[in-house]
Design a protein around this ligand. Structure first.
Ligand SMILES: Nc1nc2c(ncn2[C@@H]2O[C@H](COP(=O)(O)OP(=O)(O)OP(=O)(O)O)[C@@H](O)[C@H]2O)c(=O)[nH]1
Ligand SMILES: [Mg+2]
Length: 323
């Protein structure tokens, strides 16, 4: 074995042992798509598949982080180990995520078995979903029982991650009533459980009514009727109910084969995305030397060439299209 192989092997062993530094470094490696990350994930993979991935989404400021922290603490008290991945859509320049992260880490400092990490959405091509899901794999290999992935419900990437989780919680809050409307498109359909957070505020009944009427539109054939759970995350109220609803859903989906179906879908999407990024890497290396893309773009913009001809040309040069 080469020295590099030995080093990765040690790293992997440390991750299996749950070593926080080794886990952190691994997540950084997958986030940056370091040259090591591929080999690392390959070695971690055989030990993954045990953790349940829980996606949590909802509007900005709905109380997702507060809820996730409370839920994680409850799970830990039940004897489970937990990892939290918070996807921060804010600008990488703001530093807000990092700061918030530190504060949350302090809150969990007593609980070394809760690992928390925030990840930026600054996506390089196709980067974000796979980086977050790879980070979840690292936590899974490290022996976490549950991995909570928190994301604001905006943008395709975020929705994609949540769709690929084993169970999806969608948060709503009382207020203008616009939230439910705004969420109707896309996100409502992927909810396995609706969490009505901030139910201490006025208007909770109305939002619950709106969710119920949306749910009544679902086809009768739908196997699972999403539950609506009221919470006050700041006071840890309703978390026990929520936890029970989560375990009910997971038991139901395992029993009905939904769990396995979702995992197959998950891997289908991820194999596709691996193919996409590998092919694109290869293409960029083989057929698009520095500056070539902007040169082609200029030709198309000035109508010297057309984009279809250019793509054919690039594919031919990379060996992906026979001349
Ligand atoms: N009244 C009330 N306030 C809450 C509740 N849950 C959270 N909050 C408050 O709502 C604010 C936002 O909470 P966060 O947990 O940061 O919300 P978030 O959804 O993670 O926010 P982003 O990540 O920025 O989108 C904080 O001031 C919380 O204290 C609740 O149940 N009731
Ligand atoms: Mg948050």
């Amino acid at each position: 074995m080469s020295e590099a192989d030995n080093r990765i092997q040690d790293w992997v062993e440390n991750i299996f042992r749950g070593d926080v530094r080794a886990i952190s470094r691994a997540i950084t490696a997958v986030e940056n798509r370091d040259s090591d990350s591929h080999a690392l994930l390959k070695l971690l993979f055989p030990r993954t598949g045990k953790a349940a991935l829980i996606g949590i989404t909802g509007p900005a400021g709905a109380g997702k982080s507060t809820l996730v922290d409370g839920l994680a603490a409850l799970m830990r008290n039940q004897g489970h180990s937990v990892g939290i991945l918070a996807i921060d859509p804010s600008s990488p320049f703001s530093g807000g995520a990092i700061l918030g992260d530190r504060i949350r880490m302090q809150a969990h400092a007593a609980a070394s078995d809760i690992f928390i990490r925030s990840m930026a959405t600054r996506g390089a091509l196709g980067g974000i979903s796979s980086a977050t899901l790879d980070a979840a794999m690292v936590l899974d290999a490290a022996g976490k029982d549950f991995i909570l992935i928190e994301t604001v419900g905006v943008g395709q990437d975020e929705v994609e991650i949540i769709r690929l989780a084993d169970i999806t919680l969608v948060l709503s809050i009382p207020g203008t009533g616009d939230d439910v409307q705004a969420f109707k498109a896309g996100i409502m359909e992927i909810a396995d459980i609706f969490v009505l957070n901030k139910s201490d505020l006025p208007g909770a009944d109305r939002v619950e009514q709106e969710i119920r009427s949306l749910l009544s539109l679902a086809p009768e054939s739908q196997a699972w009727r999403p539950e609506i759970i009221r919470t006050v995350a700041t006071r840890q109220e309703g978390l026990e109910n929520l936890w029970q609803a989560i375990t009910r859903y997971l038991a139901f989906s395992r029993e009905r084969g939904i769990f396995d179906d979702r995992r197959r879908e998950h891997w289908q999407a991820r194999i596709m995305s691996l193919l996409q990024s590998r092919l694109l890497d290869q293409l960029l290396r083989n057929a698009l030397p520095d500056g070539a893309l902007s040169e082609y773009a200029a030709q198309v913009a000035s109508r010297q060439s057309d984009p279809y001809e250019i793509t054919d040309l690039i594919l031919k040069q990379s060996g992906h299209l026979n001349p």
